[in-house]
Ligand binder design. Sequence first.
Ligand code: BES
Ligand code: MN
Ligand code: MN
Length: 453
Amino acid sequence: MKAYLEKNKERFLDELMQLLRIPSISADSNYKKDMVNCAEAVKESLLNAGADRVEIFETKGHPIVYGEKMVDPKLPTVLVYGHYDVQPADPLELWETKPFEPAIRDGKIFARGACDDKGQFFMHVKALELMNKNDALKTNIKYCIEGEEEIGSPNLATFVTEHKKLLAADVILISDTAMISLENPSIASGMRGLSYIEVEVTGPNRDLHSGVYGGAVANPATVLAKMIASCHDENNHITIPGFYDDVLEATPAERAMLAKAPLDEKEYKEDLGINALYGEKGYTTKERTGIRPTLEVNGIWGGYTGEGSKTVLPSKATAKISARLVPNQSSKKITSLLLNHFQKIAPAGVTVKATEHHGGEPYLTPLDSIAYQAASKAIEKTFGKEPIPVREGGSIPICSLFEKELGVKIVFMGFGLDSDNLHSPNEKYDIANYYKGIETIPYFHAYFAELSK
Ligand code: BES
Ligand code: MN
Ligand code: MN
């Protein structure tokens, strides 16, 4: 297989570049046609790689691509999940090269979706070709590549519930996370969940002269800022009553394991251009982004934001606010907690409208499962080092539903890096990681088949 990979490396890269040229932005309805084109391209790529059945399923939103290579009903089946949709590319002016014109610099491929998740799910397509052409298929493989992950997978749950038989598998394999580095491979052992709300504060019935009325009327922007600021105390602990009630605290053993992941805080700060780290007292940086729930403002606006100055007391101010959740917290529960909290703390003089956006449940992978062992062995085989388990800060909203509906565990085998600029300008994927992933995936299938016997 190694020889086949070597021989076809260039083409494997070209094919990924083709996929990256399609601006499959799920959030923006202007790209609806590109979404359809991208689903078609994914379908073609699966057929070319040797899948014997590929189907595009329409949804109320963007289509889902399903594919399969059934080798023998007696063999275990691996369901690969990924997403062909990408985040919007703005701010465009901060990209060194255009987001949908993939460019190679310094051994890295720059494009929106390069790592999240086109470059990663496409490794599984190429791995299928590799295994197929070399008669090395040790498992049945199914693919579920959706187009709505970046908008919270609003239609995937229905699809999964209605197609349990079609999707039936022994394990779900996802490459949509990061590892520490090629030298220090790691496996995500958990993902955080998400609750996302929007809070709109309304004061006077129109924008006012801030000199004529300022001082006598509640300023919605000030009120909103105060409300938000009150959600953390001086230790950066969240103050919303009940927020931590269901948190499953990590055990000392888990914390000790997490501490094994190397993190150079100096480098970390330098990379981000900040002079100090900031977070919940009593926890390390890795813990703050892995095992602890958080509350963040994702956007805040109101009043005059144009050039120069305008003395105005705004009628409205709005914020988008989201919480990352950890095991045992429920997205539904925390969402209503947040909605109620912002209503409750609104002072007289304003009205608050709090509404719900999408969410997702947290997820934890058991480290003693066959699937985790197979992933660990596969990575050890190609990286020459046993991967360490780390808790991922991001979210993949469908995970817990997959487990509930299909009754199987998920294992994450991500080959990205935290520094890949996911959702940011100049998203990239190291070409070395792309090839390493393609090389590693067949070992996962082989070890999983072996350990399943
Ligand atoms: N692939 C990411 C999740 C991720 C990011 C995992 C970084 C590991 C490291 C996924 O595409 C994503 O961005 N998820 C969203 C959730 C969604 C509901 C918009 C997220 O985490 O914000
Ligand atoms: Mn992703
Ligand atoms: Mn993403």
